[in-house]
Design a protein around this ligand. Structure first.
Ligand code: FAD
Length: 322
């Protein structure tokens, strides 16, 4: 990959998502002397958002302001990004491996006839060639990949490549590109939020996840309390979601969200392979389970064998003292 790298930023609730800052750091890692261009597409407040990208390492930023970019649709965002790619002819494109990244990147890569590497967790430089490392077989193995055709397009897994430190003294040009977004076959009329406010699960640094061992929706209350003390997000196994203890938006695993927090606390979760697929790359794993033979202990860094309803209140009390 060479001189100019375009980072497609994402926003959530009017703010740039952390993974977009991580994508800027990834771009710098690929080409320390290259130019990193942050792109933000939205319907409002673009200057501030673009400035954030520059504070986190982008050399300059491009904005596309359009009423059709209020909520994500692949058609509208696809048209916006393609117009910018045409305008800038970047040598590489990076974005987060988020729901939006997973939807947008293959469509754009195919339109650009480019190679796509999704879900990269690290980058090595081999001579001039960036080599991307990504998990395969539900995280049981890793492969190293390079792109050989088109504009290399990469999505990176949140929480794996550290963002650069914010530097408010950084400056860079911010230009708006007018894009005529048209012929849309879908428009978003309304967004109905299902999850409560709080830390975003896919970008959370600390996660407290509950399983079927929590036994009821009420049983999740101590987990929320612990999460609040730790500034953590709450997640769940599919067992807990299937039992209706919590919403499916909390599900972590092969068919749920893939997370890589600094600390993952698995509470009353047995450690089925499908659950491990979503969390086994967490940096530190703590398991609380009353069964000493539970599989989760095989991947845990720290294990507490005990009844979660006794252990969690003790943890809350101790963490409150810190
Ligand atoms: P269980 O396996 O029932 O474990 C509950 C645990 O709680 C036990 O280990 C028990 O010892 C412990 N426990 C009970 N009471 C207490 C207590 N008082 N204190 C402490 N510990 C206690 N699962 C996912 O999680 N995510 C996925 O994305 C996913 N995708 C799947 C896809 C497919 C195609 C299939 C077939 C399955 C998938 N599953 C997924 C389901 C998975 O196989 C398991 O069934 C599920 O993860 C089990 O959830 P659990 O660990 O909460 O429940």
């Amino acid at each position: 990959m060479s001189e100019k790298i375009l980072v497609i930023a994402e926003t959530k609730e009017g703010e740039i998502r952390n993974v977009s800052f991580e994508a800027i750091a990834a771009a710098k890692k690929i080409k320390p002397d290259g130019e990193v261009i942050g792109l933000v597409c939205a319907d409002d407040d673009l200057e501030n958002l673009a400035q954030e990208l520059i504070y986190y390492g982008a050399d300059r930023a491009i904005t596309v302001k359009n009423d059709n970019l209020k909520s994500y649709t692949s058609e509208a965002f696809g048209q916006a990004v393609l117009a910018v790619v045409e305008h800038e002819s970047p040598d590489g494109i990076i974005m987060g491996h988020t729901s939006i990244g997973k939807d947008l990147s293959p469509k754009l890569a195919s339109k650009l006839e480019s190679g796509l590497i999704s879900d990269a967790i690290d980058i090595e430089i081999d001579g001039d060639q960036p080599v991307f490392i990504r998990p395969i077989y539900s995280g049981k193995a890793f492969e190293k990949k390079v792109i050989t055709s088109g504009i290399p397009f990469i999505t990176i897994r949140p929480n794996n490549i550290a963002a650069l430190d914010r530097d408010d003294s950084r400056s860079g040009n911010i230009n708006n590109v007018d894009v005529d977004i048209k012929d849309l076959r879908t428009i978003v009329k309304e967004v109905v939020r299902k999850t409560s406010e709080g830390v975003d699960l896919s970008e959370a640094k600390v996660i407290v996840a509950g399983g079927r061992g929590v036994k009821s929706a009420d049983g999740f209350k101590p987990l929320y309390e612990l999460a609040e003390v730790l500034g953590a997000a709450v997640g769940a196994s599919r067992g807990a979601c299937d039992a209706d203890y919590c919403d499916y938006s909390l599900q972590i695993g092969q068919t749920g969200k893939v997370v890589t927090p600094d600390l993952y606390i698995a509470v009353g979760i047995s450690g089925a392979i499908q659950h491990l697929a979503g969390m086994s790359n967490s940096k530190v794993i703590v398991a609380i389970n009353k069964d000493p033979e539970a599989n989760i202990f095989n991947i845990a860094d720290y294990g507490i064998v005990g009844d979660l309803f006794e252990v969690i209140p003790m943890l809350i009390e101790e963490f409150k003292k810190v």
